[in-house]
Design a protein. Structure first.
Length: 226
C-alpha cells in the first residue's frame, strides 16, 4: 500500500499534524491498558541499553505452547493471539502489549509459551517543531536502536524494554515486532498527541506492517513550547 524503502537517510520528515484531536490510536484505547496486577518487579538492570534477557521467571503452564521453529508469520499469529483472562472486555485484551514504560506480558497461565520468545523492539526519536503555516507540528524520525528481547515464559515487564525518555523537543516512538528490521515505509505517516482531556501522556500508534505487535508514542513534556 505504501513505499518499500529501507532507511537510506537518518531522518524522515512527516506531514504536519494538528495538536487538537486524537485518533483511535490515542488515549481512548490506551486508557484501557491497565498493567497486569501484582506483576513481578523488573530487575534493577532494566534500561534502554540493557542486554536482552528473559522476563521475570516462572514455570510455564502444562501443557505449554512450543514456539521453536515458527517462522515470522507463525510467530506473529501466535503472539497476536495471546489473550489475558484478567483484562477487561471488550477492551484490547492482548496479553503481550506496550505502555509508556515498556513491554508487558500478562498471560496469567493462559496459552503460555514453553520457552522465552524472541521479539524485536525499535526506538526512534521523534523531533517536533511547530509548523509556520498552521497550529500543528512537523515530526522527524531518527533511529535510536533496535533490541532483541526475550518474552516469557513468565509474566511481567520484559527486561530491557524500558524506552529512552523524551528530551528537549524530541519524543520517543517504540515499536514491538518480529522478523526483519523495520523499513522506512513501515513507520506511521501520522502521529497523534494525547488529547487535552486524557490522563495519559502517551498514545498508541498504528503501524502498517502485519508483523508489528504494538507501538507507543510519548511526546516530550514541553511539546507546546517546541
Amino acid at each position: 500500500m505504501r513505499r518499500l524503502r529501507v532507511f537510506a537517510v537518518p531522518f524522515l520528515t512527516l506531514p504536519v499534524l494538528v495538536l487538537a484531536g486524537c485518533s483511535s490510536s490515542g488515549s481512548g484505547l490506551g486508557s484501557l491498558r491497565s498493567l497486569p496486577p501484582a506483576s513481578p518487579s523488573p530487575s534493577a538492570s532494566a534500561s534502554p541499553s540493557a542486554s536482552p534477557s528473559a522476563s521475570p521467571l516462572s514455570l510455564p503452564a502444562t501443557p505449554c505452547t512450543v514456539t521453536t521453529g515458527l517462522d515470522t508469520k507463525g510467530m506473529t499469529a501466535y503472539l497476536k493471539g495471546l489473550r489475558s483472562s484478567e483484562r477487561p472486555a471488550p477492551s484490547d485484551s492482548s496479553a503481550l502489549f506496550m505502555v509508556d514504560n515498556g513491554v508487558w506480558l500478562g498471560l496469567r497461565n493462559s496459552q503460555r509459551p514453553c520457552e522465552a520468545v524472541p521479539v524485536k523492539l525499535s526506538h526512534f526519536r521523534v523531533d517536533m517543531t511547530k509548523s509556520p503555516s498552521s497550529a500543528g507540528y512537523k515530526f522527524t524520525y531518527a533511529p535510536i536502536d533496535t533490541l532483541t528481547l526475550a518474552v516469557g515464559p513468565g509474566d511481567g515487564l520484559v527486561r530491557g524494554s524500558v524506552p529512552p525518555p523524551p528530551s528537549g523537543c524530541g519524543g520517543t516512538l517504540s515499536v514491538l515486532y518480529v522478523g526483519q528490521d523495520l523499513a522506512e515505509s513501515e513507520l506511521p505517516e501520522h502521529l497523534s498527541l494525547p488529547s487535552t482531556d486524557s490522563t495519559l501522556d502517551w498514545t498508541l500508534v498504528d503501524v502498517d506492517a502485519d508483523r508489528v505487535l504494538d507501538a507507543v508514542f510519548k511526546p516530550p513534556p514541553g511539546a507546546k513550547n517546541c
